[in-house]
Ligand binder design. Sequence first.
Ligand SMILES: Nc1nc2c(ncn2[C@@H]2O[C@H](COP(=O)(O)OP(=O)(O)OP(=O)(O)O)[C@@H](O)[C@H]2O)c(=O)[nH]1
Ligand SMILES: [Mg+2]
Length: 343
Amino acid sequence: MAGPLLTPEAFGAFAISPSVAVVGLGGAGSEAVEDLVNLGIPGARAFAMNTDAGHLSRVRVEERILLGHRVLRGRGSGGDRSLVLQAAEESRDELLRRLEHFEIVFLLAGLGGGTGSALLPFLSKELRETDALPVPVVFLPFHVELETNPSRRGNVDAAVRELEEMGGLLLALANEKLRRFESLPIHRVFQVRNAYLHSLVANLVDMVENPSQLNVDLASLKNHLRASGLSAVVVAEHHISEPDRLIHQALHDSLLDFRLPDRPSALVHLEAGSNFTLRTLDEVLRSVRGRLNDPEQLVLGTRLRPEPREVVRLTAVLGGLRPRTVREALAPREPRGPPLAAP
Ligand SMILES: Nc1nc2c(ncn2[C@@H]2O[C@H](COP(=O)(O)OP(=O)(O)OP(=O)(O)O)[C@@H](O)[C@H]2O)c(=O)[nH]1
Ligand SMILES: [Mg+2]
């Protein structure tokens, strides 16, 4: 039975922005959320969840949740994923109650320890059963941490395998890619990484939150993801005089770890000023098609500001990443240097 038509005055209630949560899981994830909050994600609610009460009491994040205090007594997991999973199962209803009314939930964890490596796939899976869009963000440890520690490696492998199997968005930031900043103090290197992550999170939220001329909203992003397997986001800003550089820059500057398949699907959103012409748009699209090898599926969104602008901003969701792409970063490598003694 058809309902009454809404008057235009009533549309406003349906046009509110999607609500966003940014959730840090374990030590590294919680600290990254702290940095994101400092950099500012307008309207987002921030959470830190940990099994380690000491760490949780130090992070400056508005909502803090101690997990599994009966089993683990607030002392951390000691790297044991199975204990964390028991704790998460026990608190499942409460965790979902806190998170399920958000429309986009960014879940951040450094992989290798027990807490983040267990909670991140667990919550991603649970949230996929709700209307929320979970966006897992993982920090892959430096190779040296894994080479010398098989249990960390096991935790990373298990988490990555579970996330890959789920498909959807996976933002895997590789610590190894931070070596290009190796002359900086370590805490600054993590800040650089978190600033890059902030640009991904802020652009993605902005893309779906604010109306455009050619619109990409949350529903179209979800549709795109459903059809695209494993996906990642890249971003770039470049001067309007070189529109063909945008996609190259987005891929080159990325701290994410993935290899593109032959023809990735792409959702491309451009934000520019009133001086952005159809010819410039053509140039951007031609370079995107060229660089991505003529994707079968290319969805375009644009938002033109009323004033002229010198820079164009590109946000691209690339899909169809092959499942092995993240794991390749973790594949055993040749040992460095000659063996000490001949066999
Ligand atoms: N940025 C940052 N990274 C960290 C910190 N501690 C550890 N890491 C790195 O992040 C990865 C995961 O470690 P944690 O976040 O401590 O692990 P967790 O999820 O809290 O798990 P457990 O402590 O084992 O319960 C490892 O590669 C660490 O080297 C930290 O305090 N800040
Ligand atoms: Mg910890």
